[in-house]
Design a protein around this ligand. Structure first.
Ligand SMILES: Nc1ncnc2c1ncn2[C@@H]1O[C@H](COP(=O)(O)OP(=O)(O)OP(=O)(O)O)[C@@H](O)[C@H]1O
Length: 709
């Protein structure tokens, strides 16, 4: 055993022992705290015969209650402190730290201080910092991956420091499995070791091996709109999740997980990434796809009962809408009568009485307020309305309980009036909902008027809703969008209107745009700059996911010429191209390929969504016992079949991609074809096989030929 290894092993064992000792101590404390809380509750129950006989008794009783409340607060506080300590220990026991930087500071050049970095920080009862959190200021030095003069930011100040050494560790509980010293910036042996491992079914945290350029993104708290252009497998998704953990830690006084929204491409993806933050000791943020977000917003504003037309999936028309809104003549046709109450003509008249100088949203708000006022008047009038009073008389006991929460007890007229108003409010609650959910506006008529002869999309409609109601989510402080290349400029415009206070992190890869009309990130940046946001575009070129062979193949299909794709050194098996005469022969080839065993996860990815069912059925017919699942997340021992749209953002050890025949792709433009192939092939970590019926697309043959050179 080398001396360093022995020394580091000894230190690790000591840290491990300290952690287990602290765990035992805090568990005991927790138990005692719980026992005391139970005892106090008992005491509280005994004292519940509170003495309120005289003024002095009352004061004594209130003082006792106050003291008890303080004690409860104290117990709750201790419980949460203890739970937090135990949570930190639990996170650290499997690997107390993964890195170390040895630093000397300018004011004490002769003193070298080692800082051990872990997935969370830990301070012992004796106030020793056993491990520093990877998100702490000092840990920034570790991720900078440079030796020599450096600096870091703490409490708004820049602190100069010289890094003498940087060490990475592989740890299993008390056992040090190995260490690496990085002498030069580019080499990261731990990263290479991590990348060679078999991949998990779910995305895993990259805390121990975050690279310098990834670290800069994770730690950027200044930029209002950060756009990351990263090639396939460059860690965009990993970075976005580490960034959330970072923000939750750095801004923990003001930002909670629910203040952050992560927009994901689909629900499989949401599930795929859902484990990472909990393993980092943080809660998942609000996660949704764009469609989920827009639908939820529509339901929040209009209720679930609103009947809407089928939305078009074609492009949106926000510019057209914006223009049409400036010229709109608001007539009775845009209002909807509320039966037995108010007609569309009355609503239009109410609108016409609002100040013409006000905005459309303000004028509609005014109509809404008027309706509320009318409702309140009707409720107030109920107190003296004979019909209501008679109805009150006729209520059964069950009805009384439902409406008032208890049987009716009216000893005097005032109480009777109150009950009458309560009854009327109950009777009119449907009307109150109608007012609040804009049931008095005829939404299809609005769309028809503003977008004549045009099929509106959900984005169009939500845009209209936002314009007319001024609805937004001001509480969201960070909006992070993965797979940016699949958003239209108009959708991003809508998002910035919906989340006016949010700092933006937008990540994507133009090479993977699956929509024919993708704006390009420069245009996105221009649009954001036009909204007075400070924008920064950062490129990530290194691709960590796939073997060099796979990376070299998908790189052939890159369309963003200025974005280099740099494979991170690792070799694997060369990609395979299967050409079959017809569909049946292709299925046989696929079936044969599946019968060769390979470790890890396997996915059959179809370029077209419509191919999933026929291929699934044909494969089932050939291999009835094959553990094959459709459109689902992978589980080991099973092969999953899913369309490329669902496979976006995911990764599998082995990818079988089809159908890449000329016939199957005849309707696809050359650019889109390249993007489909780039995206599909880059889902593979280890091996990729392409299958074609009939002639193979020439582009593909050329790419395979280029590989041989
Ligand atoms: N610094 C790193 N250390 C270890 N693994 C990494 C690192 N960066 C990325 N990876 C791994 O590379 C793979 C790809 O990462 P990720 O899915 O985040 O990339 P991506 O840019 O979002 O990919 P895509 O756009 O192709 O979906 C993952 O397995 C991830 O764990």
């Amino acid at each position: 055993m080398t001396t360093i290894l022995a020394q580091e092993q000894q230190r690790l064992r000591k840290v491990y022992q300290q952690l287990t000792a602290e765990q035992a101590f805090y568990l005991q404390q927790q138990q005692r705290n719980q026992q005391q809380a139970v005892a106090m509750k008992g005491q509280f129950a005994q004292d519940s015969s509170l003495n309120m006989a005289t003024v002095t008794d009352k004061l004594d009783t209130f003082a006792a209650l106050e003291a008890m409340n303080r004690e409860i607060d104290q117990y709750n506080f201790s419980a949460s402190v203890l739970a937090n300590k135990l949570r930190q220990i639990k996170l650290l026991l499997p690997a107390a730290y993964f890195g170390k930087v040895v630093v000397h500071f300018a004011d004490e050049p002769a003193v070298s201080t080692p800082f051990y970095i872990g997935v969370t920080g830990y301070q012992t009862r004796a106030a020793t910092d056993l491990v520093y959190d990877w998100r702490s200021s000092i840990a920034g030095l570790y991720y900078d991956q440079v030796l020599g003069a450096s600096s870091y930011q703490a409490n708004g100040q820049t602190i100069a420091a010289t890094i003498e050494a940087r060490r990475q560790f592989k740890i299993d509980h008390a056992q040090l499995l190995g260490y690496f010293d990085s002498q030069i910036a580019v080499e990261d042996p731990l990263l290479i070791a991590v990348l060679s491992q078999e991949h998990q079914q779910h995305l895993t945290a990259i805390t121990a091996t975050i690279q310098k350029e990834q670290n800069a993104i994770i730690r950027d708290e200044q930029t209002q709109a950060l756009i990351i252009r990263g090639v396939a497998g460059s860690g965009k998704t990993s970075v976005v999740i580490q960034r959330i953990a970072y923000l939750l830690y750095r801004q923990r006084q003001t930002v909670r997980a629910s203040d952050i929204l992560l927009l994901t491409p689909n629900e499989l993806f949401t599930d795929y990434i859902s484990q990472v933050l909990p393993t980092l000791g943080e809660a998942n943020p609000w996660q949704a796809t764009l469609q989920q977000l827009l639908t939820q917003m529509q339901q929040q504003l209009l209720g679930t009962a609103a009947v809407m037309p089928a939305w078009s999936t074609q492009a949106s028309h926000l510019e057209q809408l914006r223009l049409a809104l400036t010229k709109l003549n608001v007539t009775a046709a845009l209002f909807k009568s509320l039966p037995d109450w108010v007609t569309a003509t009355q609503l239009a008249a109410s609108y016409a009485r609002t100040p013409v100088t006000a905005t459309l949203a303000e004028r509609l708000k005014s109509v809404q307020l008027n309706l509320r006022r009318q409702l309140e008047q009707e409720i107030r009038a109920a107190a003296t309305d004979d019909r209501v009073l008679t109805a009150l008389d006729n209520l059964s006991l069950a009805q009384q309980n439902t409406i008032f929460g208890q049987p009716l007890q009216a000893d005097n007229e005032r109480q009777l009036h109150r009950y009458a108003r309560q009854l009327r409010r109950y009777q009119l609650q449907e009307r109150a909902t109608q007012i609040a959910t804009y049931a008095w506006l005829d939404w299809p008529a609005w769309l028809h008027e503003l977008l004549p002869q045009t099929a509106a999309s959900l984005t169009d409609f939500v845009f209209l809703l936002v314009r007319l109601t001024k609805f937004s989510y001001p509480q969201i402080k960070f909006l992070l969008v993965d797979e940016l290349q699949d958003y239209q400029l108009e959708e991003l415009q809508l998002l910035t209107a919906l989340f006016p206070q949010a700092q933006l992190t937008l990540l994507g890869d133009e090479n993977q745009a699956l929509n024919a009309t993708t704006p390009g990130f420069e245009k996105v940046a221009d649009q954001l700059a036009a909204q007075n946001k400070r924008v920064k575009i950062v490129a990530l070129n290194k691709s960590y996911r796939s073997t060099q062979e796979v990376t070299t193949l998908f790189r052939e299909f890159a369309v963003a010429a200025d974005l280099q794709v740099v494979p991170v050194q690792r070799h694997g098996r060369p990609p395979v191209l299967h050409q079959s005469a017809d569909f049946a022969a292709m299925i046989t080839a696929l079936s044969q390929a599946l019968s060769t065993e390979q470790a890890g996860t396997t996915a059959i990815v179809t370029l077209a969504a419509t191919q999933v069912d026929p291929i699934y059925a044909a494969l089932r017919a050939q291999q009835p016992t094959l553990p094959l699942v459709k459109n689902s997340a992978t589980t080991t021992g099973q092969t999953v079949i899913l369309p490329l749209r669902l496979a976006k953002g995911l990764e599998f050890d082995r990818v079988l991609l089809l159908d890449v025949g000329q016939n199957a792709l005849s309707a696809v433009s050359p650019t889109l074809l390249k993007r489909l192939l780039y995206t599909g092939i880059s889902r593979a970590t280890q091996t990729v096989e392409l299958f074609a019926t009939g002639q193979v697309q020439p582009l593909i043959t050329q790419a395979f030929n280029a590989l041989k050179k």
